[in-house]
Design a protein around this ligand. Structure first.
Ligand code: 13P
Length: 205
C-alpha cells in the first residue's frame, strides 16, 4: 500500500537531519501518494527519528485518516498540492543559512538570491520571498501558493524556506542546493561577486 512511501519519508528525514538541515523538531516534509492522499510528518517530530506508522495520512481537503497528529504547517502543504498538480513532495526546513538569509532586511521579494552559480538556477530556478507569518498561520498557504504559481522554492521571512518537487528526492535535492547556495552567499560576505548575467541565467532556464 503506502509502506514504500513511508519508508522513503523516514529515510529522507534521517538524511536531512544528518546533513544538519533539520534541527530539533523544526521542519516538516510531505509527499503525494498514488491515490492522491498526502503523507506528512507529525507535529513536533524530529525528522531524524521518524517512524513509518507515526506518519500522518491526510486527504487533500485536510481530513486526517491515520498516524499521529499532523504538522501544524499541513495547510500550506495541502494548498501547494491543490495549486500545483505537478507537485509530488514538499520540504519545509529552518536550515541555518536559509533561515539566516530570511532574517535579513531589504531582500528582493521577487528574487531573494540573485543567481551566481548555475546549479542554483538549474535546481531551484528562482527564490522569491513571502512576508513573516507565525509558524502554523493559515495565511502562509495563501502567500506561498501565490509566490509558487511556478518555480520550486520560496523563502519565508524570519522563518526558513520551502522547496517542492515531483518526488521527495527531487524536493530534497532542490532544498539542499538552496541551503548550500545561501551558505556560499554568507561565505562570500562583502567580497565583490560576479553574478551570472541575464543571458547566462536565460540559457540555464
Ligand atoms: P510542526 O512540528 O508542526 O511540523 O512544525 C514545525 C515547523 O517547522 C513550523 O514551521
Amino acid at each position: 500500500m503506502d509502506s514504500e512511501a513511508r519508508d522513503i519519508m523516514v529515510e529522507y528525514g534521517q538524511f536531512l537531519f544528518q546533513r544538519g538541515y533539520a534541527v530539533g523538531t523544526a521542519g516538516n516534509i510531505s509527499l503525494k501518494l498514488a491515490d492522491g492522499d498526502i503523507l506528512a510528518t507529525p507535529t513536533n517530530a524530529c525528522l531524524g527519528r521518524l517512524t513509518a506508522p507515526a506518519l500522518a495520512r491526510v486527504r487533500l481537503d485536510g481530513e486526517q485518516v491515520s498516524g499521529e497528529k499532523m504538522s501544524k504547517e499541513i495547510a500550506f502543504h495541502l494548498a501547494l498540492y491543490r495549486a500545483r498538480p505537478d507537485c509530488g513532495a514538499v520540504v519545509h526546513l529552518h536550515s541555518t543559512y536559509l533561515t539566516a538569509l530570511s532574517c535579513l532586511e531589504n531582500l528582493n521579494p521577487e528574487e531573494a538570491i540573485k543567481p551566481f552559480t548555475p546549479y542554483f538556477v538549474m535546481k531551484t530556478g528562482r527564490l522569491p520571498l513571502i512576508p513573516y507569518f507565525r509558524p502554523g498561520s493559515p495565511l502562509i498557504a495563501e502567500a506561498l501558493t501565490e509566490r509558487l504559481a511556478s518555480g520550486s522554492a520560496c523563502l519565508m521571512a524570519n522563518h526558513g524556506a520551502v522547496a517542492l518537487g515531483k518526488t521527495l528526492p527531487e524536493a530534497v535535492d532542490a532544498f539542499e542546493e538552496l541551503e548550500e547556495t545561501a551558505k556560499l552567499l554568507f561565505i562570500l560576505g562583502n567580497n565583490p561577486v560576479r553574478y551570472l548575467t541575464a543571458g547566462e541565467v536565460a540559457e540555464l532556464r
